[in-house]
Design a protein around this ligand. Structure first.
Ligand code: SME
Length: 149
C-alpha cells in the first residue's frame, strides 16, 4: 500500500495536489470511512483544508471538538464513540467514531488529519500506524507545509 502511495505522490506538482490525493488515497484504502481531511493552523485556529466527504465546518477553535483537542495536546487520538467525547463537533451526523493525528512540518505543528467512520470502534492502533506512515511519507514530498498564508 505504501508503495502505491509513494508512486501516487512522487513528483507531485504542488503541496495542494499532494494533500488532496492523500485524502483520496486514505478514503480508498481505509474501508468504512465517511470523511477524511486536513485542518491547518491559521491564527490559532484550525481551518478546513483538502478533504473527501460531506461539507464540513470551516473553522475549529483549539478548544473545540476532537480536532481542537488534538491541536492542544499534539497527540493522536482514537475516539471509539464520538457521542461520548465532550464537545465533539458533528459535521456529518453519520459519523460514529473518529481518528485524529497531529501534523508536524520541520517540527512545527501545522494542523491535523481527521478521519471519520459511520460505525463505532472503527479505528485500531494498526490504522493509526498506517495513517502515520502515510503522513510521514507525505511530508517527504511536501515543500511548504501549511497551505495557508
Ligand atoms: N468531528 C470533528 C470536526 C470535524 S468533522 O468531523 C469533519 C471534531 O470534533 O473536531
Amino acid at each position: 500500500m505504501l508503495n502505491s502511495y509513494h508512486s501516487l505522490i512522487s513528483n507531485s506538482p504542488s503541496d495542494l495536489t499532494t494533500y488532496s490525493n492523500t485524502t483520496a488515497f486514505l478514503m480508498e484504502t481505509l474501508p468504512n470511512c465517511n470523511w477524511v481531511g486536513f485542518y491547518f493552523v491559521h491564527n490559532n485556529q484550525l481551518i478546513l483544508g483538502p478533504f473527501q466527504g460531506k461539507v464540513a465546518c470551516e473553522v475549529i477553535p483549539f478548544d473545540k471538538g476532537v480536532c481542537g483537542h488534538v491541536a492542544t495536546t499534539k497527540k493522536p487520538i482514537i475516539v471509539d464513540d464520538v457521542h461520548l467525547f465532550p464537545g465533539h463537533i458533528a459535521c456529518d451526523e453519520a459519523s460514529q467514531s473518529e481518528m485524529v493525528i497531529p501534523l508536524f512540518y520541520n517540527d512545527e505543528f501545522i494542523g491535523v488529519l481527521d478521519i471519520d467512520a459511520p460505525i463505532k470502534n472503527r479505528f485500531t492502533n494498526e490504522d493509526l500506524k498506517y495513517t502515520q506512515d502515510i503522513t510521514k511519507r507525505m511530508f517527504q514530498e511536501i515543500k511548504k507545509g501549511n497551505l495557508l498564508p
